[in-house]
Design a protein around this ligand. Sequence first.
Ligand code: PLP
Length: 374
Amino acid sequence: MTAGAGEAHETAILTIDLDALAANYHRLRELAGTAECAAVVKADAYGIGMAQAAPVLWRAGCRTFFVATLTEAKALRALLPDAVIYVFSGLLPGTAEIYRAHDLRPVLNSLEEIKEWAEYGRSVGAKLPCAVHIDSGMNRLGLSADEVDAVSATRDLWPALTLSLVMSHLACADDPDHPKSGTQRKAFDRLRALLPQAIASLANSAGILLGADYAYDMVRPGIALYGGHPRRQGPNPFRPVVHLAGRILQVRNVAAGETVGYGATRSFKRPARIATVASGYADGVLRALSAGDDADGLVVSIAGHAAPVIGRVSMDLITIDVTAVPEEHSRRGAFVELIGPNVTAQEFAARAGTIDYEVLTSLGRRALRRYIGG
Ligand SMILES: *Cc1c(COP(=O)(O)O)cnc(C)c1O
């Protein structure tokens, strides 16, 4: 990677490949078979930028979108005037009017929310669309089995609203052998039969990979769109979308016995050549990627050569061991791949003891953002 025109002063560049995003959407649509493939664009499209991602997904054929909050939904409505937009967080007291004003659909999580939505619909004389979330075993959001029973017995609720979607969420879909997915699917089938007929949706990205039994009428992928690895094992069927590169600011030689960085946590057993790279935890290089004397950290890539982080990750900088990297590639100004084809977001996450979801949503706002394709 090299700096483009006007980028000579940039210390870190975050490249977001919108063609890869579109390709991942098409791949998911294939995997979804006859089910509609929606897109989850919460948390600023998992950190890559909803303003850029949403129009690309729309042009790729996506018509239904999910966000977490009403604020995200309003921003998305401004981008996509004709999309169907659902909001996972549901109906906070007194927000029904905002939903209607922006043509948004709440994912209702309790009997109380359903009643409030129905009452609001009656008050404005409209059968407003909404989703109902059934909790099939995750115990996080949605109606419990008891509540579904109560709702199904409350006959006068349904004529006051339009149930456009019934959904649930899988807890363990990233593990294809986990018995919980099957249990949840059975609970979903039993409980949704108690509600009026509506489009059904169960699968997130990992759920889509569980096969046709999990696709129902609509799938809701998030992480796979952005190049994450839903299963965390085996080859990732999706294309990387995010590339993070930082530049070498300085190269130095250290003698055996010297230490590097805050806390002097790594000492050198032999002489080494080290490079200081302009990226740190403010750029999303998590501090947990530090390497001390008794722990390894992130391994970055320079022109295809592996280079381990040594010492602590600080706010703006990391230090890497470039003893084995040819000098032509490890000189001042050169780019180092922190996330990309050689250092996957998945591997980056694993070395920090987390998951690629958190890596993507933790990307800082300081690096130059460069959108390509789309
Ligand atoms: C975030 C979210 C998704 C998307 O999940 P991925 O694992 O990123 O595909 C789908 N459904 C619900 C309810 C979610 O909260």
